[in-house]
Each structure stands twice: as C-alpha cells, then as structure tokens.
Design a protein around this ligand. Structure first.
Ligand SMILES: *[C@@H]1O[C@H](CO)[C@@H](O)[C@H](O)[C@H]1NC(C)=O
Ligand SMILES: *[C@@H]1O[C@H](CO)[C@@H](O)[C@H](O)[C@H]1NC(C)=O
Ligand SMILES: *[C@@H]1O[C@H](CO)[C@@H](O)[C@H](O)[C@H]1NC(C)=O
Ligand SMILES: *[C@@H]1O[C@H](CO)[C@@H](O)[C@H](O)[C@H]1NC(C)=O
Ligand SMILES: *[C@@H]1O[C@H](CO)[C@@H](O)[C@H](O)[C@H]1NC(C)=O
Ligand SMILES: *[C@@H]1O[C@H](CO)[C@@H](O)[C@H](O)[C@H]1NC(C)=O
Length: 668
C-alpha cells in the first residue's frame, strides 16, 4: 500500500495552496540595512547613493552638500487602488531615519513619498524637499503624496523646526503636527523609527526614539483620504529629501514594507494564481480520489477470499449454448427480494425460490455465498445442464453472477420433487407445496417416473455429444411437472466426459449421497456410468417401495438396506410384498411390478460388470427385452470389481484406487 505516501502528498499540496494564496495577497519587502548590492533593488536619483549601510538621499559629496535634492524608490511598483475592483489597498511601513544637521538648524528635511513618476523634479531643492518644484507645486500633475519630516521652518505657513505633515501635490501640508512635546526629535543625529499606516482611508504616523514597538507614539492621524482621487492606480514607494543653505545628512537606515496586494490585471503573480490554484485543487481532488480508490480496493480485497470466483464468467461464456445471463436486479425483483414467502426449499448448497421472470414461473437457486463447493457446482451446472435439452431434464433457462451472488434460473416444477410424494407425511409434514404431498402417486405415475428418469439417464450416458455422469441421482433430485412427468435436475455434481476420448471414461473425485452409492465406489473412488446405474437402481426400488434407501431399520448406510431388504423378499418369492402399502391392490399390475423390481435389483448388482446399461434398462421398460437374470440371493461383492468402462480406461489406476478407498468420499 502506498497510502502513507499519498497522505503526505495530500498534506503537502494543501499546505502549498495555503502558502500560495497568502503569498500573493501580500506585497512585502524588508531592508534590514542597505548594501551596495541593494542598488539594483532601488531606483536612486542622480545625487543619491548607498553609503555606510544607508541610503544617503542628499549625500555629502566631497564636502558639497548644500542645495541638493534627491529621491530613492523601491524598484517594483505597488498597486494602490483598483478601478476594476473598486478597491483601495492598505499598508504598513516602518523605517529608521538618521538626520544629522550640519547647520543650525539643519535643513531642509526628508519625506516618505508615493508617486507614479520617479523622476526628481528640477529645482526641487531647498524648501521643496524633492517633492515638487515651483512649477508643479499645488497642481494635480504633481501626483504625489508625501509624509514630510521637516526640520526647518522655511516659510510662514510652514510649521516650526521639527514637524510632521501630510502633503498632497504640494509643499503645503493639509495637516501638520509639531513634535516639540512628543519627545521625538527628527534631526537629533540619532536613529528615529517611524511607522506609517494607511488603512480605512486614513494615514497614521507613529514615531519612537528607541525603535521599540511599545515606545511608539502616535504623531499624526490624517483626515479621511481617498487616495484614488489624487494618485494613479500604480505608484512607487520611496523617499525624497533636500538641503539649502541649511544642510544636514538625510539617511534611511532600514525599511520594511507590508501591503495588501490587490493587483488584478496582467500582473504575473495573479496569472500565477489563476493557473496554480485550479491546478492545486485538481491535484488535491485527484489525490483524494486515489486515496478513496485504494481504500475501496483494499476493502473489497479483504472482503473477497483470494481466489473466490476467478473468471467465472469466462468459464461459462466459453461453453457452447450457454443459457441466458440475467441481471441481479431482474432476479431480485422476480423473487420479491428473495422473500421467505417464495422459498421452495433448501438444498445442499443453496436455497430455492419461486419467481416470476418475463411472465413465466421460474425456480431460482441461490447458491450460498460462503460455499467454495458452491462455485464449482455452479459452473458445472451451467456448463452441463445448460447445453443439454431433453424432455426429462430440468431446463436451466438462465444464470447470474453479480455481487458475489451465484444464481441459477430453472423452469418451474409445480409439483416439486419426487421424494415429497414417496416419503410424504413422515418427512415433510409442514411443507408449503400447493398440492397434496400426502397424496401418493399411482402405480402408473410411478412407472412413468421411472421410465422418464431412465430416458434422461440414457440421454446423458449415450445420447448427447459429451457423455455426462450425473453422479447424484436420488429422489430429491427428480422434479415433477404439472402432469407428474419426471425431470432430472441438480447437476451440481455432474461431469462431462469426452465421448471420443475413451481414456476419460470415469471421473476420480467421488461424490454422491450415501445410500445411493455403489459398493465399488468406496474402493475405487471413481464415478462411472455403472455407479450412475446403481443409483438409478436404488431409486427404482424406492419408487416401488415408497421408503428411503437407508431406513431406520438399516444398521449402516453403505449396505443400502433397501437393496438387502428387497433382495431378501425377492429370494423368498414375495416380490409383491415390497410394494408401497399405500398403493391400491387393484391398480397394481403384478407382472409389471415384478419386472421393475427385478430390473432395479439388476441395476443394484454388487458387481458393476453385471449391471445393465441404461440402453438395456430402457428396452426392458419398453417391453422390448426381458428383465435381466438376477440371482435369488444377493451376490457377495467381489473384490476387485472394476466397472467395465473403468477397466478399459486405466489399468493401473486400480492400485491408486485401492490405496485411497474412503478418503475422497464427499457425501451429501
Ligand atoms: C539587499 O541586498 C542583500 C545582499 O545582496 C540581499 O540579501 C537582500 O535580499 C537585499 N534586500 C532586498 C530587500 O532586496
Ligand atoms: C498594519 O498594521 C495593523 C496594526 O498592526 C494591522 O491591523 C494591519 O492588518 C496591517 N496591515 C497590513 C497591510 O499589514
Ligand atoms: C519643475 O520640474 C519640471 C519637470 O522636472 C520642469 O519641466 C520645470 O521646468 C521645473 N520648474 C522649475 C521652475 O524649475
Ligand atoms: C533636536 O535635537 C537637536 C540636536 O540635538 C537640538 O538642537 C534641537 O533643539 C532638538 N529639537 C527638539 C524639538 O527637541
Ligand atoms: C474613492 O473615490 C472613488 C472616486 O470618487 C470612489 O469610486 C470610491 O468608492 C471611493 N472609495 C472609498 C473607499 O471611499
Ligand atoms: C544662502 O547663503 C548665501 C551666502 O551665505 C546667501 O548669499 C544666500 O542669499 C542664501 N540663500 C538663501 C536662500 O537664504
């Protein structure tokens, strides 16, 4: 599992998007000091330069310092307001000034300025502070906002030496505050920290002689100023200063700026956001889906045993004449959601429900989910019975494999299974069949049932393309239609055998129902044509006697007590005595009964060589041949007693068979 990696990835991309978003909403820079290298980060006017870790706005060049003006800007413009967004930015900036007077008082002063025009106006020295000159003063062309730190009163309207003022497009302040009582002295020659905040249309100026946040004094609060009325949308941030006859060193020692970034148009950073944000969101979604998918897969994986139902569809689809594949939804609907009311019965590996599909009554076998055996039997059933068509075989009309549900759809048999009529009252007292389970079958019906099963078996053994061994012939696997015609069903254990390939005339895995299993099965562990015949013989005797193969009188199942019992009476010449007591004396045709009983015993011959083939059985039932000779006493089972078909197949498999006589038996 790559889960931890994915989670990390998800976390990282989330953090990344947060950083991305915060970064682009802020315009920030911080000069802790100014070095020569920072000249490229700044736009300096001709007279200004970096020297002694500071911007010297009006430097002393070889002793000449009077009548200077200068400007220094950060080299990237700042979006102050946006017409499109109808939005005005806000910012905080903190800088340290050092103004050392060379005359008394020092002159003229320094200002923090915002303007879109970085060029220094001509003749802006002296009283103009580098902000405007005589021409531009007071005109909107100036396009400048200044927070002046004036060190000398230079005209009548000007404040006293050392004052702070707000100027818009003019050297005359719209508001000015003397610093005399604030403890802040701009031109004392030592470092003074100022902070300017522009927020909610107001400019606030703070100052401190120590630089500590808590010693900051509010020097000036401007009236509401909508800067979009005076300045262009994009401005440069910086400082200007001037000297006259009165001189001073105007130095900026450090500068930090932090502003809300409202840049919108073709600004690269915003484009970056437009690309990055959706991309990151997509990455997060994909990551999330991947995690979900992996969890889901793992969950599914854990639910499914490893090789639960590998390629079940392939196995079925490749078999010829496969029956119809249904959708689980259709079948669920047909059976009323597998309602207990529609339950017909419960078998070895599943439950059978009645349903209505395409306006036809059907029986649906639902193979129990947890049965590994169930799957093999499911495939066997679909591939064998699905390709067989005979009037005495239960017709498989469809199947379904969805959501681990294995479902088989058969034609509906209104009269249910044969065993319910043979052993009726005793075993199925509370069954739900519509019609008389207590009603016994007439002799005629019984004879027709035997005949029908014989025809079905003959078809399986000799009539179809591939020889099929049913391997589980018993009363409960014989179904009756509305006219009591017998139909052989439940091909869960059936195996097909290539007719051409004689070497596979038997199948090794032994399975079946005790009581119906031929004696040699326990030694050879082989299902053969002869073992099917033996089970048929037991069924014949059952039908005639109306009792179970291994009754309560039987001491052990293998000896098939019904065979012993009938043979015993047959030996004593009391064949008619075996007939079901529920049958009326007058309807019994003694000759026919005797013929059938003898035929049944012949099929149950302990020695497989002596059992008739299904072809012969049919001939006898049709009256085309006499019943086979059957000894008066049940012959002893002779070992080895190899079935003819088995012997011709593999001669040396006998040894194998005798070595593992009982281990492979899977009774049902
Ligand atoms: C100033 O220059 C130094 C040295 O080159 C550099 O590390 C620093 O990032 C620059 N400051 C700014 C705000 O660009
Ligand atoms: C400026 O500082 C104030 C107070 O410290 C703060 O509330 C405001 O968010 C800051 N503005 C910016 C753009 O950093
Ligand atoms: C003021 O500056 C502008 C542009 O720099 C210039 O054209 C103009 O002549 C200057 N005015 C004076 C009085 O020097
Ligand atoms: C500021 O400091 C200078 C130099 O120390 C001094 O001459 C001047 O009087 C001071 N001004 C104020 C307002 O304190
Ligand atoms: C600023 O002025 C402009 C133009 O007069 C106006 O559209 C905008 O709404 C004003 N903004 C604020 C915050 O007052
Ligand atoms: C500056 O000083 C010189 C000589 O000291 C003087 O002639 C000149 O008038 C002064 N200028 C101003 C603007 O005060």
């Amino acid at each position: 599992m790559h889960l931890p990696w994915l989670v990390k990835y998800q976390l990282a991309s989330t953090i990344f998007i947060i950083i991305t978003l915060t970064k682009v909403t802020c315009f920030y820079f911080n000069f802790l000091t100014f070095q020569k290298e920072n000249e490229s980060d700044l736009l300096l006017s001709k007279n200004s330069l970096i020297y002694l870790d500071a911007i010297q706005v009006t430097p002393d060049i070889r002793g000449r310092i009077h009548d200077y003006s200068g400007r220094a800007f950060y080299n990237k413009p700042y979006k102050l307001w946006s017409k499109k967004k109808n939005q005005i930015a806000s910012f905080n900036t903190t800088f340290v000034l050092n103004i050392t007077p060379e005359t008394t008082p020092g002159g003229e002063g320094l200002a923090f300025i915002l303007t879109s025009d970085t060029t220094l106006p001509q003749n802006s020295d002296g009283e103009w502070l580098g902000i405007v000159n005589a021409t531009s003063n007071g005109t909107s062309q100036a396009g400048i906002l200044a927070v002046e730190f004036d060190t000398r009163k230079s005209f009548t309207e000007d404040g006293p030496d050392n004052h702070v003022g707000i100027n818009i497009n003019s050297i005359n302040s719209i508001q000015q505050v003397p610093l005399i009582n604030t403890g802040v002295n701009v031109s004392s020659g030592i470092n003074v920290t100022f902070k300017i905040q522009y927020m909610n249309d107001m400019i606030t100026v703070f100052g401190s002689m120590t630089g500590f946040e808590e010693s900051m004094k509010t020097l000036l609060v401007s009236p509401p100023l909508n800067l979009s009325n005076y300045l262009q949308e994009v401005v440069y941030l910086g400082f200007s200063a001037s000297t006259s006859n009165y001189t001073e060193l105007n130095c900026v020692r450090s500068w930090e700026f932090s502003g809300v970034d409202i840049a919108d148009d073709d600004n690269k950073s915003l484009l970056w956001v437009y690309i990055t944000v959706p991309l990151v969101i997509v990455i997060i979604i994909i990551g999330g889906l991947a995690i979900f998918f992996l969890y889901w897969q793992r969950k599914r994986h854990m639910e499914m045993p490893e090789d639960a139902y590998p390629r079940i569809e392939d196995q079925i689809q490749y078999s010829s004449m496969a029956p119809k594949k249904f959708k689980l939804m259709e079948i669920t609907k047909a059976t009323g959601g597998f309602s207990p009311q529609n339950k017909l019965g419960e078998g070895g590996f599943g439950t059978v429900y009645k349903g209505l599909l395409d306006n036809k009554e059907v029986a649906v076998k639902r193979v129990s989910k947890n049965s590994r055996q169930g799957k093999q039997e499911f495939v066997a059933e679909v591939t064998t019975i699905g390709s067989l068509h005979h009037r005495n075989l239960v017709k498989l009309t469809g199947w379904c494999y969805e959501k681990r549900e294995l479902l088989l759809v058969y034609e509906f048999m209104p009269k249910g299974s044969l065993d319910k009529y043979l052993f009726g009252d005793k075993t199925f007292g509370n069954n739900t069949l519509e019609e008389g389970c207590s009603s016994t079958l007439t002799w005629e019906t019984r004879h027709s049932v035997i005949h029908g099963v014989a025809q079905a078996l003959d078809y399986l053994h000799n009539g179809c393309e591939k020889r099929v061994l049913h391997r589980d012939i018993k009363a409960s696997n014989i179904m009756l239609d509305s006219d009591y015609n017998a139909k052989l069903g439940d091909f869960g254990l059936a195996r097909t055998i290539q007719q051409r390939n004689e070497t596979h005339h038997s199948t090794k895995e032994i399975a079946g129902t005790p009581g119906y299993m031929a004696p040699e099965t326990f030694l050879t562990s082989r299902a053969t044509v002869e073992t099917d015949v033996y089970a048929f013989g037991v069924l014949v005797l059952e039908v005639v006697c109306g009792r179970k193969p291994g009754s309560v009188y039987a001491q052990d199942d293998y000896k098939n007590s019904i065979v012993y019992w009938v043979w015993d009476l047959y030996g004593k010449g009391e064949v008619v005595g075996v007939v079901d007591a529920r049958l009326k004396k007058e309807e019994i045709k003694e000759e026919e009964v005797e013929c059938v009983v003898v035929l049944g015993l012949a099929c149950c011959h302990p020695n497989p060589h002596h059992r008739p083939s299904m072809r012969t059985v049919l001939q006898v039932l049709n009256g085309e041949a006499p019943p086979p000779e059957v000894p008066k006493e049940r012959p002893v089972f002779m070992w080895p007693a190899m079935p003819p078909s088995f012997k011709e197949a593999e001669d040396n498999s006998l040894i194998q068979g005798t070595l593992t006589p009982f281990t492979e038996i899977t009774g049902r």
